[in-house]
Design a protein around this ligand. Sequence first.
Ligand SMILES: Cc1cc2nc3c(=O)[nH]c(=O)nc-3n(C[C@H](O)[C@H](O)[C@H](O)COP(=O)(O)OP(=O)(O)OC[C@H]3O[C@@H](n4cnc5c(N)ncnc54)[C@H](O)[C@@H]3O)c2cc1C
Length: 310
Amino acid sequence: MPDLAIIGAGICGLRCAEILQAAGITVELFDKGRGVGGRLATRRHDHWRFDHGAPSLHGETAHWCQRFHHYPAWDCDSNARHYLPELGVNQLAKDIAEPLSIQRGCQIESIERRSTGWYLVNQHGSEHGPYANLVITAPCPQTQVLIKTLDTPITKSLADVHMTPAWVMMLVTTLPMITTQELRPTHDVIRRISAEHSKPGRCFNPEEYSYVVETTVAWSKEHEENNPIDVQTTLLASLQDITSNMGQLLHCAVHRWRYAHTGRALGQPYLFDSDLGLAVAGDWCLGIGAEGAYLSGEALAKMLLESGGL
Ligand SMILES: Cc1cc2nc3c(=O)[nH]c(=O)nc-3n(C[C@H](O)[C@H](O)[C@H](O)COP(=O)(O)OP(=O)(O)OC[C@H]3O[C@@H](n4cnc5c(N)ncnc54)[C@H](O)[C@@H]3O)c2cc1C
């Protein structure tokens, strides 16, 4: 029987799997996405690349920073150093995922603990298992759905965690919209504009300017269920408050992240129910973005190894 299944191959699940596999534990990951990385996401359109989740890698913890300090720096912030691979922020996840066993495009719709171990059922009704232990690293509301039929104290602990949505718009213009690498305007709708063309290795054509525009938490909450076309129209109109002339629009698309950021965090790096052999982890545990997700997966893996339960 494989030792462990992990639902979610974002940076949290990948870090957890990496440590456990290095210690000789058999780990299988499942992710509903076509690729790995979750919200460390890079989307390609023609020759353009957009980091439409986290725009770059940054942090304070030494061993998290070691993971990306060898990538080129992106000078978007005078207070902190930011880095990212030329191929996009998602490349970090791809690099960690390389030696791991991952079933991509596999959405786990239900989980069941039987006397023989954990069983997972995917969107096609196929069953995976048994596994001795199960780790879930999906955003908190998606984790709550998966564990809702289980009798576990984890359920109660998750009740106060809160995650917030974000809309992002990816666009390419023929004139520069902002003069800096990143802008965080004081605006009701727009929270941040990242100049993708200013990232290392991205300036393919000096007459094209590519951007990711992210909406504020308040606006995103209020307009979470809006039609993408309406969101795009509003965002383009809102940009007029910030930039006078963007020239011609060469590309424009929007994406909604239903669970983008942590509003209220759990306040500890993971939860573990030793009776069931079930753990939950993710960025929402510590609430400090990608760094917190990485630390959450790491802390969980170390605890599982030290507890000797695997
Ligand atoms: C627009 C935006 C801007 C951001 N900006 C920053 C920033 O500036 N700095 C920063 O540090 N962080 C930022 N973040 C947050 C950062 O991206 C996340 O904190 C981090 O990537 C979360 O990692 P994770 O592994 O916890 O979760 P995720 O990356 O969400 O990974 C969870 C994975 O679980 C999978 N999954 C979920 N349910 C299932 C299921 N039922 N079956 C199978 N797979 C499933 C998902 O497909 C996903 O791949 C931003 C995020 C967004 C969206």
